[in-house]
Design a protein around this ligand. Structure first.
Ligand SMILES: C[S@@+](CC[C@H](N)C(=O)[O-])C[C@H]1O[C@@H](n2cnc3c(N)ncnc32)[C@H](O)[C@@H]1O
Length: 308
């Protein structure tokens, strides 16, 4: 999370200059802007690539994201940008719309089966409550760090949700009690729910990941479903460089999780993993064959169900 440290030069007691590290006020997550920008960009591409159709994303971007998205998505250029970005980012840019499409499909299945509560953990600029008509009967709880949650609340003012109700909950997964916050927001733990934890676990320490999983388990009625993405450990030098860059930009990767640990941690908390898929699986399902070579495996998506 953007808990930035800034170096200040100031004079110490003896008059000598020294460097002091201070914690700046917490900032809105820029990675939430990045993924919304990717969804907005793919929304401007041809329908065969726009698989996570998010017409709300564009309107939530600040100028510094909106202008490049608009400039790079003009016809004739956008296809080359899709390829260029895909190569430069080692396929990361392609993973965003694909993972959102895979989670949307899982969510739609749960809603069709009758679930009426959705909790989006680390919601960022997730616009599901404003773009999915299937949520018409559902209550949606959008949980995020206060710094990002406050900005999102401002951005959605004036939008009409397609969900029956949307509640915003401010929680820092590293410090606060998710369970308490949900109770205060009138979340109904006795009713089945769907939990979406998309693109978040890698920014959390292992203890925050496990505390959040514990809270999800305690608040999940039998039959509830969890869709969580996670980053297995990677050794490649290029990937390590990109992690280093993320750290420098204020949102370091703190929590890679091996696939077997995810299944074990979920099982110990009463969840059975029903699907565990990656970018190549999603591309196979949603993108034409001509585009699949761009995709590389980054995150995985575990879909799990709460045992009775
Ligand atoms: C890459 S963004 C993903 C946003 C959204 N899930 C999506 O896919 O569009 C990561 C999100 O995790 C949230 N996050 C990171 N660390 C957090 C923490 N300690 N507590 C609460 N939220 C956190 C950020 O605020 C941000 O919204």
């Amino acid at each position: 999370m953007a808990r930035r440290h800034a170096a200040l030069r100031q004079r110490g007691e003896g008059g000598a200059w020294c460097t002091v590290w201070v914690v700046e006020p917490e900032q809105k997550s820029w990675t939430s802007d990045f993924v919304a920008a990717m969804r907005a960009f793919y929304g401007e591409l041809s329908p065969e690539l726009d698989v996570a159709t998010d017409p709300v994303a564009l309107g939530m971007l600040s100028l510094k994201w909106l202008l490049p998205v608009k400039a790079l998505s003009v016809p004739g250029v956008s296809r080359a940008v899709h390829w260029g970005l895909g190569h430069i980012s080692l396929g990361l840019s392609c993973n965003v719309p694909l993972r959102t499409a895979a989670i949307d499909a899982a969510l739609r299945r749960e809603l069709a089966a009758g679930t009426r509560q959705l909790v989006i953990l680390g919601a960022g600029l997730d616009a599901r409550a404003y773009r999915l008509p299937e949520l018409a009967e559902a209550r949606v709880f959008e949980v995020d760090h206060p710094a990002t949650s406050r900005v999102k609340e401002r951005l959605v003012q004036g939008l009409t949700p397609l969900a029956r109700e949307v509640r915003s909950i401010q929680v820092d997964f590293e410090r606060d009690s998710l369970e308490e916050a949900l109770r205060e927001a009138d979340f109904r733990a006795a009713e089945p729910s769907v939990w979406i934890w998309e693109g978040v676990t890698m920014y959390l320490t292992r203890s925050a990941q496990l505390a959040t999983l514990g809270a999800i388990a305690n608040q999940s009625a039998p039959g509830s479903a969890l869709c969580m993405t996670y980053l297995p450990p990677w050794r490649g030098a290029l990937r390590r460089v990109s992690y280093f860059a993320l750290g420098k930009l204020g949102e370091p990767i703190l929590g890679e999780i091996p696939r077997e640990d995810v299944a074990r941690a979920l099982s110990e908390r009463g969840f059975d993993v029903t699907h565990d898929t990656d970018g190549l699986d999603w591309a196979q399902r949603y993108w034409p064959a001509s585009e699949r070579s761009l995709v590389q495996v980054w995150e995985r998506l575990a879909v799990a169900r709460r045992r009775s």
